[in-house]
Ligand binder design. Structure first.
Ligand code: THG
Length: 368
């Protein structure tokens, strides 16, 4: 089956789309109503290259929502169980966003500019509608809008070398999940040490769409000898690393504890956030199910496109939500949600794949 997706204003291109298309993108997905490349060469050769060299990723789909005004910090803390009290104005935090039942609405990265200005770098859900509703409903003095900001990620073991050539030696002083504002030509961008891979790297928050292609061209111009290539979040690498995908591995039926994000939300009764009652009840009782790393035994499987049910003695005990073959670990790697009593490492379950039933083993930790 070969088909294309019709483009229109509703399915947004990005400031880097001309570069992505000239470089020969072969597959896109849609994320926040915008194009997200998923494959350039092949998923496996993109994976190999990501782990050895350096890639430039158009992750404009990580749309920013700006909170701007006197109540910005209050609104930010209202939305997340993560304690923001000690967060500095050069930090980024991975923050679960929960509804009134303590269920996940999104799992963005929050970027703090100041007490009165934040960006929320969202995963794939219409979070801006919830935030605007909260701001209006609570009568908060804050503007909530999507600024013209498009993240470009530089990922891989040679990311530091490439970034230092374009932005200078200050790159080396940026710590994990911290940022600096660095000059680029006549303008400057926020550059954070972060990104949706475990290979290390940076995210550049490109302000002004017109600055997109000049930055793209500068990175490719400076990195020829480093074998720089365009890339994108890689399915194999992100499963090996246990990076969760909202809408795939969890959705608004799941809590942060179920998602294994409890470490980001230690109990803090003095922090008023939406869903706090539900979360403390769940913390006391323990979550009913949890995300686990799972290996699926046998020959290489095609990537999961839908849920694969997990059973034990014929009884449903969970589901695999992401799965693919891992060349480096020589097994099928997967992320799944497993019911309490069945998620202990070493437990053997049966998974129903499109290629038939297979043994599935709960792992202790993700692979990288
Ligand atoms: N970067 C930025 N925005 C994003 C993503 C990103 N928005 C969408 C999506 N990705 C949000 N989801 C995630 C998931 C995982 C991480 C970041 C965003 C992540 N996790 C690390 C981990 O789990 O090892 C580190 C978390 C931490 O220690 O704080 O990086 O990628 N801008």
């Amino acid at each position: 089956m070969v088909y294309t997706i019709s483009h229109s204003r509703r399915l947004r291109s990005t400031p880097f789309t001309p570069g992505v298309e000239a470089a020969g993108v072969t597959s896109y997905t849609v994320y926040n109503r915008m194009l997200l490349p998923t494959v350039f060469d092949s998923v496996e050769s993109d994976y190999r290259h990501l782990k050895e060299h350096v890639q430039v990723w158009d992750v404009s789909v990580e749309r920013q929502i700006e909170l701007n005004g006197p109540d910005a910090s209050h609104l930010m803390q209202l939305m997340t169980p993560r304690n923001l009290r000690k967060m500095q104005s050069d930090q980024c935090y991975y923050v679960p966003i929960t509804d009134e039942d303590g269920k996940m609405l999104n799992d963005p990265v929050a970027i703090k500019h100041s007490e009165t200005r934040w960006w929320i770098s969202i995963a794939d859900s219409d979070l801006i509608l919830w935030i605007k509703g909260l701001a209006v409903g609570r009568g908060l003095n804050v503007r909530v809008f999507e600024p013209d900001v498009s993240p470009l990620a530089v990922q891989g073991p040679k990311a530091e070398t490439l970034m230092a050539r374009v932005f200078g030696e200050e790159i080396y002083d940026i710590r994990f999940f911290r940022y600096k504002r660095l000059a680029f030509g006549e303008t400057s961008f926020i550059v954070a040490r972060s990104g949706y891979s475990k290979q290390g790297g940076f995210e550049i928050y490109v302000e002004g769409s017109e600055n997109g292609m000049p930055l793209w061209n500068a990175l490719f111009g400076a990195g020829q000898d480093l074998h720089v290539r365009p890339g994108c979040p890689n399915l194999i690498e992100r499963i090996e690393g246990g990076l969760l995908s909202y809408g795939n591995d969890m959705n608004m039926e799941n809590s942060p504890l179920e998602c294994g994000l409890g470490k980001f939300c230690p109990p803090a009764e003095d922090i008023a956030h939406i869903g706090i009652e539900a979360m403390s009840q769940e913390r006391n009782a323990g979550p009913h199910r949890q995300i686990r790393p799972i290996s699926v035994i046998g020959a290489p499987l095609s990537p999961a496109r839908a849920i694969w049910p997990l059973t034990r003695d014929g009884v449903r005990v969970g589901q695999i939500t992401s799965a693919t073959w891992s060349p480096d670990f020589d097994t099928n790697v997967a992320i799944g949600m497993v019911d309490a009593g069945h998620w202990e490492a070493g437990t053997v379950l049966i998974v129903e794949t499109p290629e038939g039933p297979r043994e599935a083993i709960i792992e202790e930790t993700f692979w990288i």
